[in-house]
Design a binder for this molecule. Structure first.
Ligand SMILES: Cc1ncc(COP(=O)(O)O)c(C=O)c1O
Length: 484
């Protein structure tokens, strides 16, 4: 793209923002200057261009890919007016922080309102594709760009005096929903709903009943499975855990296990997607708005395909101990939908510049991360993971424990096992990693600001990562998806 064309596009987008959009922060609901939003867009875009192969940007499940040629412009610094009293910074990292801290006057400059990096990575491409393809045909002048920590999202903005449209017919409402999705490529290629009794490909139809007790009471469980090269990895161990979670949560199932499994495979085939993950839920189902689910006649099963372009992690990340209270074992050992502590815990980590947090229990024993298990190589060369009695028994962690003895045979490790590990002991490890679906092993090089081992990605975690990655690519527990 020539510079002239780039500049002209940038000007058009600037103009369109001004004309069409109010830009508000979802935290404080105050207006955010358009040029700040656009500057964030530009920075995100160019960051993604540089870092498009980074695992943490692809892990998020985003299907947008990196925007590459969609770069808007290259203003080296944000407009001076956007700084509070921060001097023009040198390093690009400081530049982002000081710029973004300007919106919330009370926020210290070291805590950016909007982070441009981190586990999320979702972010800007939706805005950019919106900008390019449909900014000139936004649904209404009331469209608003909402700035969140993670993304810039398009939504409709309502003021108190506005009369809210009433859609009497389902067809009209569906048309509205379809309009919402029209402007952007469908993010999820297939969903199954037992309420509907089939698979849908239209994102406008990927909905849940509002009276479903999983929606308004959190009475539901879920699980996942990775999809790689058109194969579902370890679907059966995940399904087993899913049904164990359901039993603990007293959630029934509308179909037997083999039918659930068959639905998941058929849905994945219908999606045409070959890389990403599937996620599925059992819920006590729709019925009423009471607390008990006794008024819900049939449990519900929902599932969705989430494309993403993940890869084996070979870089190191930071971890922090979180102060968000840990879930008690009854809730932590099953994969139920009550993930608020997990959400707050990862947000805590992201706000502190880490990839994820680590829970430490009241006795000082290491537990797990908000969506990962943790693993350590002790100074004696042993691979240890915290016991699974108070935490989720991760399918990836279990597989790692099964494969790691190969490194003992090769003389690289001295032993493999689980035990209660104190945080002090864990911090003396030679190596540390997060372990979970989609990573599968992500080395941790720093914990609470202190290096783990030499503060570098170690060879043992990489060797374990290779074992798991090989297993995902060509191991025995892969279900070939029967695409048409
Ligand atoms: C709290 C928690 N711990 C651990 C894990 C890792 O489990 P798995 O390896 O089965 O993905 C997850 C996965 O989502 C999780 O949510």
């Amino acid at each position: 793209m020539t510079t002239t064309r780039l500049l002209s596009l940038t000007r058009r987008v600037h103009a369109s923002f001004r004309f069409f959009c109010q830009i508000r922060c979802v935290r404080c609901f105050q207006d955010v200057p358009n040029n700040l939003a656009l500057w964030i867009a530009e920075q995100r875009c160019s960051r993604k261009t540089r870092e498009d192969t980074r695992e943490d940007t692809t892990k998020s499940g985003t299907r947008w890919g990196h925007p590459g040629r969609l770069k808007l412009s290259h203003s080296a610094y944000p407009p001076r007016s956007l700084y509070r009293s921060t001097p023009r910074p040198r390093a690009s990292r400081r530049r982002e922080q000081s710029t973004l801290s300007t919106h919330h006057a009370r926020r210290p400059a070291s805590r950016p309102l909007i982070k441009l990096q981190g586990g999320a990575g979702v972010p800007l491409a939706p805005l950019l594709s919106y900008s390019y393809t449909t900014l000139h045909s936004l649904p209404s002048p009331r469209s608003v760009l909402l700035l969140t920590d993670q993304l810039i999202a398009m939504g409709s903005y309502v003021q108190a005096e506005d009369e809210i449209p009433v859609y009497e017919s389902g067809a009209e409402a569906l048309q509205k929903l379809q309009e919402k999705w029209k402007s952007t490529a469908a993010p999820f290629p297939a969903m199954y709903s037992s309420v509907l009794g089939g698979i849908v490909l239209d994102p406008a139809m990927m909905v849940l009943p509002i009276d479903d007790h999983m929606v308004h009471r959190g009475h539901g469980v879920f699980d996942t499975a990775m999809l790689l090269d058109g194969h579902l990895y370890e679907l059966d161990p995940h399904l087993d855990r899913f049904l164990r979670s359901a039993a603990k949560a007293k959630v029934g199932t509308p179909f037997p296990r083999d039918a659930l499994r068959s639905i998941l495979v058929q849905m994945t085939a219908a999606s045409g997607c070959r890389k990403g993950s599937i996620r599925y839920w059992l819920s006590s189902g729709p019925g009423d708005f009471l607390l008990s689910s006794s008024g819900c006649p049939t449990p519900a099963f929902y599932a969705v395909v989430i494309p993403s372009d993940y890869d084996q992690c070979r870089h190191g990340v930071k971890a922090v101990t979180t102060s968000v209270p840990m879930k008690p074992p009854l809730f932590a050992t099953s994969k139920n939908v009550n993930y608020l502590p997990n959400v707050l815990s990862i947000m805590d980590a992201e706000e502190r510049g880490a990839f994820a947090s680590v829970w430490v229990d009241e006795q000082g024993y290491v537990a797990e991360g908000p969506m990962v298990n943790v693993a350590f190589v002790t100074p004696a060369g042993e691979l240890v993971l915290p016991d699974f009695d108070k935490i989720l028994s991760g399918c990836t962690a279990k597989r790692l424990l099964a494969l790691a003895p190969r490194l003992v045979d090769a003389g690289l490790l001295t032993g493999v096992g689980t035990k209660h590990i104190t945080v002090d002991e864990a911090k003396t490890s030679l190596e540390m990693a997060f372990v979970g679906s989609g990573l599968p092993v992500l080395p941790v090089v720093e914990w609470d600001g202190k290096p783990i081992g030499e503060g570098k990605v170690g060879k043992l975690m990489l060797a374990l990562s290779d074992l798991l990655w090989e297993d995902m690519k060509s191991g025995p527990d892969r279900v070939a998806v029967p695409y048409k």
